[in-house]
Ligand binder design. Structure first.
Ligand SMILES: O=c1[nH]cnc2c1ncn2[C@H]1C[C@H](O)[C@@H](CO)O1
Ligand SMILES: [Zn+2]
Length: 387
């Protein structure tokens, strides 16, 4: 009887990556509308400011305009998406399409964030904004199901760090915690806007046993991460990529962690990494140089996210494709990132566990066993293992 040695797991194809169940924790609703939808909504609402009037060109414009290497200029592009997301109908539509697009990309669980305070310009109140977005997500989940996809979407309410509505938004998130809002976040330009300005919001949420993440360690380094964790009590770090500033790698590959990096790893603080977004805002120079792989090898609680699908022309699958090209990741690696993300979600523990055991693990097992059933599968007498 012949017996082959186990072969190295193969890199997954783009199609396998898309069909693999994935979890997304960091995605902005106003960073992901379809370009065609923006054009139609601009027509309906009379917004004249869109820089292009054809969908392909508009998508391209967003990617180019977001490539400047500066977070501040990157954030300027949101003026256009938020300009047309001011009515109930527009919010329902954008949220529904978001759920459908994520489901089509193989995402089974997502936490999508948005800042209610940015959607009040045409007269909606904060409550109405949340109700419209919730309605849109429920509609999108239903449509996805009709198309054979299963997805569950929770939202995070974001407060803008340069503004002064964080306590109000935190209270809003708490009121809606049993109707689709699973947590809170602060976003916006990091430099000059420390999260400690919003301590009352974080204290309130901790008092209520609620959950929050903070954009930190993206444009600004370790002090921002330290504040988010030790002064504010964040459950997760939005980006957090600059934690590598506290890690030294010697020539022989030995890594030494400083106190903060050790704390982040020891406490299993989830890092919501967003590789393409980091390339655009200057936090990393290329995929191959992105800290995601060092952090993965050091077994930080790393997750892979999109941040803004429109500005980055990306999807969760595309992020994994780029990382697979750069680091040779296998389906086992993608499953590891996915389980990390599911463990770090803000929904109850029993639901996270059920998604891991009943959806994610069986999904990867099914993908990994597909080679057994192809026409060219080896017959008896050879033993091989594939990824
Ligand atoms: O990566 C980001 N860093 C900081 N702020 C961001 C990022 N992506 C989006 N935002 C801002 C712009 C949006 O209007 C706001 C709410 O989604 O959050
Ligand atoms: Zn973000």
């Amino acid at each position: 009887m012949t017996s082959q040695l186990p072969t190295a797991p193969k890199p997954p194809t783009a199609d396998q990556i898309r069909r693999a169940p994935k979890v997304l924790l960091h995605d902005h609703l106003d960073g992901g509308p379809r370009p065609g939808t923006l054009i139609e909504l601009a027509g309906e609402t009379g917004y004249q400011g869109l820089p292009e009037t054809e969908a392909d060109k508009l998508g391209h414009w967003f990617r180019e305009a977001s490539d400047s290497g500066s977070l501040e200029r990157y954030l300027d592009t949101f003026t256009h998406t938020n300009a047309v997301m001011q009515t109930r109908e527009a919010l329902v539509r954008v949220a529904a399409e978001c759920a459908e697009d994520l489901a089509e990309d193989g995402v089974v669980y997502a936490e999508v964030r948005y800042a209610p305070e940015l959607h009040l310009a045409a007269g909606l109140g904060l409550e109405e904004v949340v109700e419209a977005v919730n309605e849109g997500f429920r509609l999108g989940e239903r449509r996805a199901r009709e198309n054979g996809h299963r997805i569950r979407v929770g939202t995070l309410l974001t407060a803008m760090r340069h503004a002064a509505r964080s306590l109000e938004v935190a209270q809003l998130a708490n009121r809606h915690r049993d109707s689709g809002v699973v947590g809170f976040d602060i976003a916006g330009a990091e430099a000059g806007h420390p999260p400690t300005r919003h301590l009352d919001a974080f204290d309130y949420l901790r008092h209520e046993n609620n959950h929050f993440t903070i954009h930190a360690g993206e444009a600004f380094g370790l002090p921002s991460i330290w504040e988010a964790l030790q002064r504010c009590g964040a459950d997760r770090l939005g980006h957090g990529v600059r934690i590598v500033d506290d890690i030294t790698v010697a020539e022989d590959g030995t890594a030494t962690l400083g106190r903060l990096a050790s704390y982040v790893r020891d406490k299993r603080v989830p890092l919501e990494l967003c590789p393409t977004s980091n390339l655009q805002t200057g936090a990393a120079a290329s995929y191959a140089e992105h800290p995601v792989d060092l952090l993965r090898r050091l077994r930080f609680r790393v997750t892979v996210n999109t941040d803004n699908r429109l500005m980055s022309g990306t999807s969760v699958s595309r992020e994994f494709e780029r990382l697979t090209e750069a680091f040779g990741y296998t389906l086992d690696d993608i499953a590891w990132f996915t389980v990390n993300a599911m463990k770090s979600a803000f929904i109850p523990f029993n639901e996270r566990l059920a998604l891991i055991n009943d959806v994610i693990k069986p999904g990867y097992a099914a993908l990994k066993s597909e080679w057994l059933f192809t026409e060219t599968a080896p017959t008896s007498g050879s033993v091989s293992s594939r990824g």
